[in-house]
Design a protein around this ligand. Sequence first.
Ligand code: UD1
Ligand code: UDP
Length: 364
Amino acid sequence: MKKIVTIIGARPQFIKASVLSRMVLTAKWKDLFSEIIVHTGQHYDHGMSEVFFTEMGIPTPDYNLNIGGSTHGKMTGEMLIKIEEVLLSEKPDIVLVYGDTNSTLAGALAASKLDIPIAHIEAGLRSFWKKMPEEQNRVLTDHLSTWLFCPTQTAVENLLNEGIKEAHLVGDVMYDVSKKYSELVSQKDNNERGKLLNSIKFPEQLKDESFFLLTIHRAENTEDPAKLRDIFKGLSQIKMNGILPLHPRTLKKIEELNISIPSNISVINPVGYIEIVLLQMMSTFIITDSGGLQKEAYFMNKPCITLREQTEWVETMELGWNKLAGTNPDLIMQFAQSIELPEKHPDYYGDGKTVERILKILAS
Ligand code: UD1
Ligand code: UDP
């Protein structure tokens, strides 16, 4: 029996962890693995954290460190101290981390200092922009890890270029999650869908018309007033309505800078995973600066406009499914007004059995 301590703390990590943390409890795996879940507290609002545990049946964390809402150094440092205490008492065989947040780096660093092997899920991604906090977190985490689980061939090659040869090309855990929940949402009838939409205060006027789904939270956009204003300028020129489940970070900035939301954009609170999958399915296209949403757009056959200058998910751009507009208002408007569906749609992200593949490797 191998003991895993899993470190999670931010919204996309709860979503990514949902499959593995449930799978290790099933008959096939429960005698091979035990899992202790540590929630660092990086995300803490109900709609950014608890909703995912409830909706997705993720086991309640064994530890909640309640460390969130501070500067990167303080947050990462406090997490490092607390995670070390947990690891010293739990003595795991494996520390499992996901993605590229401050929680990821703190978990990897704490494990590495105690010489505990680290499994990194979503290894090898690069934006090649060193100022990006996530790029710092992922590069450092990859170089500390024992098992590097890569979602794409590009990620494997990025690691090879940095001299890391231990990569496993397993596919993307996000595809496992998206596949599972899009099947679940597809089975819901109109009445059930209506209830879900009411629960998130989906605007009445969008129920019978085309709309785009929008998310904005990336620090490079929210922390630069000119960029944030440019994004909304571009959005206001799109001749379609959009719906924006608003990340708390962006809400704070919009209020602080007194930015007025364009009349074609309806703001709602952040939503749970089933609800976002429904919005993805209903939307005509997606505009986002999120890593996860760019891929979910692809999984759902929806064109995507990315509000960034670079993407780690380069495959989504190959055939034109994803376009980088940065924060240029004219590009945002132009791309949105010329949306088309590319003909081909290769399976870049695996077959939906990534988590099982990861567990087999860890078990052996
Ligand atoms: C973090 C990750 C980012 C990931 C994102 C997912 C890092 C460096 N960044 O960015 O990679 O894409 O999560 O959403 O780890 N806040 C709340 N309530 C919450 C959570 C956050 O009010 O539940 C506010 C706080 O003011 C906080 C700010 O949002 O200071 C930023 O949160 P933080 O976790 O530092 O960064 P994110 O932008 O969420
Ligand atoms: N998401 C969600 N509710 C929302 C907005 C996003 O469940 O209101 C999901 C989204 O579908 C994706 C994940 O959160 O699965 C992405 O998280 P986020 O954009 O916060 O972080 P990133 O992927 O950029 O690290």
